[in-house]
Design a protein. Structure first.
Length: 402
């Protein structure tokens, strides 16, 4: 297998995913082109060298439909010979896009590729694409379908995570994200988004609230209690997990990932491509993995995906210096910490999606880049990046600093 490296990564700031968000006026394809242009310009990249561009997009309809990856490649003025692919593994899409881009390089079939993702949640709402899981009654009944917020509350109930546990984790995410921005830890990789006349619309993540505390979060009402009880989702969950008396609704907007807009891109290649383009490899991809899990609980596959990636790399959890997980909900990260005995000081050290938001198709590529930057900043050697995925799946990747 050919050694394959992360050569560079770029992301946009995350904008609030509503009509009053700073990025709302930008179309998805215009946002997707931002990191592609930045990769080309700062690396003086001859785009004819790029064998493929793979981008995650979880709701590929309307403005985000029609293979937005190819449209972004064309809009970013890449050579027309560069093909592109849009993929959807729900929340894991951005990381999977990097893995798919890297696989031909590892196999010796390509030398340079780009993986990344895009999601404009302010313009194309989550769920706008429909889908059989939620809309086909037979399939929903067969698989005990519930919405993801119910799964989060179910997981917290099964694991015994209290409301205070969840809120304490969330408050710390905001504190760490604010500190990371204050210390300039994202400066190398976040590029501003500008409008068509060059006015800067956003240059830093928009949803961080450094004043957040356990006390302020305690005032928020559970977000999924009404849907769970009035729409029957609690009964469905209890039918699948009868060992609990009831689902305790403990998640709310403050300890769940934020709805945001964002895009990211990661340049991967082998040593020959790096030498030819005079680029310095920053980290080697050691392994990656995806796995399925029980779909009602849905959010517990991170540890399983991580274990599979570790096995493929011939490593154990003790060999990982830094962990970067998508903070879909507080309970997800707390569960991962318990499953693999990860101390809090080694996981999401710069905050996560609870503070900065989760632009569905882009998040995996974003947090991979965050892990890469933090390895270099801290001098650590290895990082494992993982995301839980809707419908009961998980994705993971291990990188090693060069």
């Amino acid at each position: 297998m050919e050694a394959t490296y992360l050569l560079d990564h770029v992301r946009t700031p995350r904008g609030r995913g509503r009509a009053d968000g700073s990025l709302h006026e930008i179309t998805p394809v215009r946002l997707a082109r931002v990191p592609l242009q930045a990769l080309r310009e700062r690396n003086r990249l001859d785009t004819r060298e790029v064998s493929d561009v793979v981008m995650g997009c979880v709701v590929p309809v309307g403005e985000q439909g029609g293979n937005i990856a190819r449209m972004a490649v064309l809009d970013a003025d890449y050579d027309q010979s560069v093909p592109a692919l849009q993929i959807n593994r729900y929340c894991g899409s951005g990381l999977e896009a990097v893995a798919i881009a890297a696989a031909p390089v590892m196999a010796g079939l390509a030398e340079l590729a780009i993986g990344g993702g895009i999601e404009m949640m302010s313009r194309v709402p989550m769920g706008a694409d429909g889908g059989a899981w939620a809309q086909d009654p037979q399939l929903a009944a067969k698989t005990h379908f519930v919405i993801q917020g119910i799964s989060a509350d179910l997981l917290a109930t099964l694991r015994g995570h209290s409301r205070e546990d969840l809120d304490a984790y969330a408050a710390e995410s905001h504190r760490r994200a604010a500190a990371a921005w204050a210390e300039g830890r994202f400066a190398r990789s976040v590029v501003p988004v500008r409008d068509f006349i060059g006015t800067t619309l956003l240059e830093r993540d928009e949803t961080i609230r450094p004043e957040t505390t356990v006390q302020t979060l305690a005032a928020l009402k559970p977000a999924f209690e009404e849907m769970g009880r009035q729409y029957g989702y609690d009964a469905v969950a209890l039918g699948r997990y009868p060992q609990i008396e009831r689902v305790e609704h403990r998640h709310h907007a403050g300890n769940s990932s934020g709805i945001v807009d964002g895009a990211a891109a990661v340049l991967v290649g082998n040593a020959r491509a790096a030498d030819r383009l005079q680029l310095r490899p920053r980290a080697r991809i050691r392994s990656f993995a995806a796995i399925g899990s029980e779909p009602t609980l849905m959010l517990d596959a991170l540890a399983q995906a991580a274990r599979r990636a570790l096995l493929r790399a011939g490593m154990t959890a003790a060999d990982i210096d830094l962990w970067e997980l998508n903070e879909a909900f507080s309970t997800v990260v707390l569960t991962m910490m318990e499953e693999l005995a990860i101390p809090h000081e080694r996981i999401n050290v710069n905050g996560g999606a609870i503070a900065m938001g989760h632009p569905l198709g882009a998040t995996g590529a974003m947090i991979l880049g965050t892990a890469l930057d933090e390895l270099e900043r801290s001098g650590r050697g290895t990082a494992l990046v993982s995301l839980c995925v809707a419908a009961g799946m998980g994705s993971a990747m291990i990188i090693e600093r060069v």
